[in-house]
Every structure is written in structure tokens, then in C-alpha cells.
Design a protein around this ligand. Structure first.
Ligand code: TYM
Length: 327
């Protein structure tokens, strides 16, 4: 059975973008593939974090995975920092990554812009992500478009390693959603909706209350043309709302355009808000149940045991090939 693997950083509360780019695809494929989903908490500390908030977000992430439909019977769910082989392998992969490759990562350029005291960890984090993926022989990695370049880096490193030391790593393939690969900020529709942005007016958090969700959607930036159709270049705000509707209704974009072709912007926003509220309210109900039960710890304990065993074998194979360890 092919393996699928993904993770969502606990660097901020999860958003509609996290749901569509990361979680929804994993849910869709969980019956077909051996599915792994983890909390990359080591990635979160590439930028400053409040330790209390981080700890809480780790639990919230897992409860939200489950509430969004990740089935613990069909998925291996685990916490990155509980398996030190991720960082061990990352170091080895760093030694097989060229500066030129790491320098090309656009996420680093975006994230380090306007930030003081940028950490080395933020620069090398795509290599830790490669370790997350290669450690478990993942065939498929469901991600939004912003993470595609990182999965490609993992492929390049895997290929280089395999050519040098013999067949070791599986070549991972990114799975990018056809619609919704990049959900945009409602206030700045040419910019990605990002969970770690300080200005939250354009971000739909999975745990936002109904009133807040409606307010943010009704205030979404559009244009003055008052015609509803999909054109990312000319109408980024409207196209983003149509994309959100298409993703959450599972309707094709053509159908969505047809549905709203005679609507005004107010109606479109109201219908998008209704659908977002309905989706999020269902998630929130389940989330509350998972947070107050012991299931989060249960699944993390099970996942930890399983992945440590897999990772140990893979890591020992790698160190042996490199000539590391006792003679
Ligand atoms: P992260 O935590 O920034 O985002 C989690 C997932 O959500 C997707 N995503 C979006 N998709 C569409 N529109 C958006 N606005 C949007 N915002 C976020 C991201 O593409 C991602 O799929 N480095 C990763 C986490 C990670 C990982 C891994 C993922 C660490 N190791 C191994 C896969 C495999 C990250 O920072 O994603």
C-alpha cells in the first residue's frame, strides 16, 4: 500500500487554508493509502513561540485533525519532537544539500522578510521537512502550493543520496489540490491566508465564532465591477470567495460560477458565509468533544511507538551506508 504523509505546524491556530491545503486531501485519501499525519512542533520554533501557547496548540492541532475527519483507525498520528530521528536524519540530509538549493527556497525569502534576528533554523527548515518525509518512505505528500518547492527539494536530496549510496529513500510526490491550492487572505486577496499573520481580519480560523466568521467574510475585499465570475488576475477577491465555495461544497468551479452568475457581491458573500459557518460549526462541535476526552493522548502514544520503530530502522540503514558509528 502506498504511503501518504502530511503535517501542519502549530505556529498559529489552524485556518481554512490549513483545512483545504493540508487536511482535506488526507481525509479524502485515508481509505486508499497508509496515512500518516503529524504535528511538526520542531518547525514551529523556527520563529519565536510562547511555550504555553505552543503546548496548547499541539493538542488543539490533533483534536482538529480528528474533528476535520482524520480517522485515528486509518491514520498514524504523532508528534515530531517525540521522535528524535527526525532531527538526526535532518542533520545528515543537511550535509547532502547544497547552499544554492537552500537559498532558492521562496518560503524562506517570504518568512524572513521584515523580520529581525532570523534564525538559522528558519533557513534549514525545508531540510527538516525532507527528513520528515524521507524517514517514512512517503509516496505522496498532500500540501498547498506554498509547500510544493519543499517537497521537490526532498526529492532532489533523496535522488542525490540514492545515487551516491544505493537505493535508500522513496521519491515523494506532492499532492496539490486542483482548486484551493492557495486560499487567499480576505483583506489582501493577492496574499496567502496565513495562520501566523498578525492582522487576523482576513483570516478564517477553524475555531472562530460564527459572528466573527460572518463579519470577516462580509468585509472581504472585492472590486467595483459587480459581476461574479472566476478570474484570479482581474478579480482576486471574488475568485477567492468562489474558490472557498467550490472547495467546501465539493462543486466544480464551473458549477459554482453558474450558480452565482446573477448574484450580487452581497449575496455571494452571504452564501459563502453560510457554508463556512456550517462547515466550521460541525468541526467545532467535534473538536470540543475530542479536547475534553483522553483521545488526543491516546492517539499520540500509539503513533509515537509505531513511528519510532519505523524511523529507527530507516536511520540505522542510513548511518550504516554513510560509515557512521563504531568501526
Ligand atoms: P503549514 O503549517 O504552513 O501549512 C499546513 C498545510 O496547509 C497548507 N496551507 C494552505 N493551503 C492552501 N491555502 C492556504 N492559504 C494555505 N495555508 C497553508 C500548506 O501548504 C500545508 O500543506 N512545512 C510545512 C509543515 C510540514 C510538512 C512536513 C508538511 C513540516 N513537515 C512534511 C508535509 C510533510 C508547513 O509549514 O505547513
Amino acid at each position: 500500500m502506498k504511503r501518504l504523509l502530511t503535517g501542519l505546524q502549530p505556529s498559529g491556530d489552524l485556518t481554512l487554508g490549513s483545512l483545504i491545503g493540508g487536511i482535506k486531501q488526507s481525509v479524502a485519501y485515508q481509505n486508499e493509502y497508509d496515512s500518516f499525519i503529524f504535528v511538526p512542533d520542531l518547525h514551529a520554533i523556527t520563529v519565536p513561540q510562547d511555550p504555553t501557547l505552543l503546548k496548547m496548540r499541539i493538542k488543539k492541532n490533533v483534536a482538529l485533525y480528528l474533528a476535520c475527519g482524520i480517522d485515528p483507525e486509518k491514520n498514524t498520528i504523532y508528534l515530531q519532537s517525540e521522535n528524535l530521528y527526525h532531527t538526526n536524519l535532518s542533520w545528515i540530509l543537511e550535509c547532502h544539500t547544497y547552499m544554492g538549493e537552500a537559498n532558492r527556497m521562496t518560503q524562506f525569502k517570504d518568512k524572513s522578510k521584515n523580520r529581525e534576528n532570523v534564525s538559522v533554523g528558519l533557513f534549514t527548515y525545508p531540510i527538516l521537512m525532507a527528513a520528515d518525509i524521507l524517514l517514512y518512505d512517503a509516496d505522496f505528500v498532500p500540501v498547498g502550493i506554498d509547500q510544493k518547492q519543499h517537497v521537490e527539494l526532498a526529492r532532489d536530496i533523496a535522488l542525490r543520496f540514492n545515487n551516491k549510496y544505493g537505493d535508500t529513500f522513496t521519491m515523494p510526490e506532492p499532492l496539490i489540490p486542483k482548486v484551493g491550492a492557495k486560499i487567499m487572505d480576505l483583506q489582501h486577496p493577492t496574499k496567502k491566508m496565513s495562520k501566523s499573520d498578525e492582522d487576523v481580519k482576513g483570516i478564517l480560523f477553524l475555531l472562530d465564532e460564527e459572528e466573527v466568521l460572518r463579519k470577516k467574510i462580509m468585509a472581504a475585499v472585492t472590486d467595483s465591477d459587480n459581476k461574479v465570475y472566476y478570474d484570479v488576475e482581474a478579480k482576486p477577491g471574488i475568485s477567492n470567495l468562489l474558490t472557498i465555495y467550490s472547495c467546501l461544497s465539493n462543486m466544480e468551479m464551473k458549477e459554482v460560477e453558474e450558480k452565482f452568475k446573477d448574484s450580487n457581491y452581497g449575496n455571494l458573500k452571504k452564501e459563502v458565509a453560510d457554508l463556512v459557518v456550517e462547515t466550521f460549526t460541525n468541526i467545532q462541535k467535534k473538536y470540543q468533544e475530542y479536547m475534553s476526552s483522553g483521545i488526543v493522548d491516546e492517539v499520540l502514544n500509539q503513533g509515537k511507538m509505531k513511528v519510532q520503530e519505523i524511523a529507527k530502522q530507516r536511520f540505522e540503514e542510513v548511518t550504516k551506508k554513510l560509515g557512521l558509528g563504531r568501526y
